[in-house]
Ligand binder design. Structure first.
Ligand SMILES: C[S@@+](CC[C@H](N)C(=O)[O-])C[C@H]1O[C@@H](n2cnc3c(N)ncnc32)[C@H](O)[C@@H]1O
Length: 353
């Protein structure tokens, strides 16, 4: 056995202990989100466990223990003299306010689904087979839309669409748009609300997500201009689209080249493909940071098995990087691909037929 460097050992045990606390606190975060504990804390100021339990219809003994975990993790502040706990405004933006651009409750809901799918994943690792989107624990679908919607609400209309050449002018005048792999349609509905003269079609393989997208469009009052249909990306109906969007979906597809080829044919000659993907560098060595760590984990549990479950099974992975994504689009026939803009979490590529 090679000799052990004591200081490196201590440092790594410290890191693993921090992760141990994070792993169990992820479950606590999901519970706080699901039970409305954070939302109640956000409005409360300093509050006792009994008061918080009373406001949320939960049992004081559980809430007291949960609050202790939250205080140890720095999620709430503990005031020992009064025996109260407080959620600072900055933390409330991340865990309590669903409309805030930095809300992360959806991430922890999606991650909870991965823990629930542990057996499925272990079997897939052994067999090499895929796991279809529909096979996952249901919290994946609600978690993903809650994870992504705040980013779309903050960036899509304000900065992503304006970064594309001439697209906003077309949307204002009245354009035809397809949102492929739309999931529960958060992006579709946001665009439909912003551009009243345009029509939107959302497509996804997953029927329950399409049903939820229809309900969301109805609630937002845009269902006459935002329609949703179950369809595989390679068989998207329609032609002459001015804009086709793919939001965090291309890398989930088994045959992204086939999907992009179909989109290429479905676009108007001067149409635009907007490809939104996780922000990653082409080199793995440059993605070794907290965002890369999270995406590689989600990719192992969700995206890569999803792609392997479909025909071709390319398995691009969520951190494919711009070079691999550009190669997919070029192989599908797109003549130009450029990086239009980015946020810390996403890159936005513009491709023209
Ligand atoms: C990570 S989710 C993103 C959903 C949505 N675009 C959003 O941003 O909230 C990926 C979506 O791609 C869909 N998908 C995967 N493969 C597909 C395919 N071949 N054709 C159509 N949709 C597909 C999944 O059903 C899932 O809803």
């Amino acid at each position: 056995m090679s000799s052990v460097d004591e200081s490196r050992l201590h440092a790594f045990v410290g890191q693993a202990v921090t992760d141990m606390g994070a792993a169990i606190s992820g479950l606590m975060l999901h519970l706080g989100d699901r039970l409305g504990l954070y939302r109640a804390l956000a409005d409360a100021g300093p509050i006792t466990p009994g008061e918080l339990a009373g406001r949320t219809g939960t049992a004081e003994r559980y809430v007291r223990e949960w609050l202790a975990n939250q205080a140890a993790g720095g999620y709430v502040v503990y005031h020992p003299a009064e025996g109260t706990f407080e959620l600072p405004a900055e933390q409330a933006m991340v865990v309590a306010d669903e409309t805030s651009p930095v809300f992360l409750g959806g991430a922890f809901e999606a991650i909870a689904s991965c823990y629930a799918d542990h057996d499925l994943l272990a079997a897939a690792f052994r067999s090499g087979e895929g796991i279809g989107w529909h096979q996952h624990d249901g919290r994946l679908f609600s978690g993903v839309v809650r994870l992504f919607r705040p980013g779309y609400a903050a960036h899509l209309v304000e900065s992503w669409l304006p970064a594309l050449d001439g697209v906003v002018a077309k949307l204002r005048a009245g354009a035809s748009v397809a949102d492929v792999g739309c999931g529960q349609g958060a992006s579709t509905v946001i665009m439909a609300q912003a551009f009243e003269r345009s029509t939107f079609a959302g497509f996804d393989l997953h029927e329950p997500s399409i049903e939820q997208a229809r309900r969301s469009a109805q609630e937002a009052g845009v269902d006459h201009r935002a329609r949703f249909e179950v369809a595989a990306a390679k068989e998207v109906p329609g032609a002459g689209y001015d804009l086709v969007c793919l939001f965090d979906a291309l890398h989930d597809m088994g045959d992204p080249v086939g999907a992009a080829r179909r989109i290429h044919r479905a676009l108007a000659p001067d149409g635009t493909l907007m490809l939104v993907e996780p922000n990653a560098d082409d080199g793995l060595e440059n993605n070794l940071n907290p965002v890369g760590r999270t995406y590689y984990g989600l990719s192992t549990a969700i995206c890569t098995p999803g792609s392997l479950a479909q025909e071709v099974g390319l398995g691009l992975g969520a951190q494919a990087g711009p070079a691999a994504l550009t190669a997919v689009l070029t192989e599908a026939g797109f003549s130009s691909v450029r990086r239009a803009t980015e946020t810390p979490f996403n890159i936005v590529l513009e491709a023209r037929p």
